[in-house]
Design a protein around this ligand. Sequence first.
Ligand code: FES
Length: 159
Amino acid sequence: MAFIGIARALPHSYASILDKDKAGPPAVSASEEMQPAMQTVRVGRVDEFDDPGRKVIAVSDTEIGVFRLDGAFYAWVNECPHQGGPVCQGRLFRRVLEVLDEDQSSHGRTWDDETLHIVCPWHGFEYDVRTGKHPGMPDIALTPVPVQVQDGEVHILVD
Ligand code: FES
């Protein structure tokens, strides 16, 4: 038997996301290359996070979800690549796998204990907490935010 992740039918809006990716990055002018220094924002103490757990904080007009999983920290902009939903506030759910035999006949579903997904509350798109990627369309991913843990404190780095 083989394990294959369940792929969902993709709405038409994915086409526009993918087309945008194919176009490549926009041209950057010399003045745009001069990035402002990143600022460090305190999120909280490590022991304030459940594991798995999260906090969603606002920095200026951007919301950021900071996740703890197996002792490591990950942070993502709280905006779903599908239609902008508050993805970081969705349910945390183990990845669902479908058990298939050589004939591709289904033998039910099981859980992947190694992979935790965030499920966007708007339309149910899922993203791996560790990688930010959609399991069926890895080109579709959450926007990462750098995280630092030092002396028991969790910080994110933002523009
Ligand atoms: S906004 Fe549609 S699934 Fe997130």
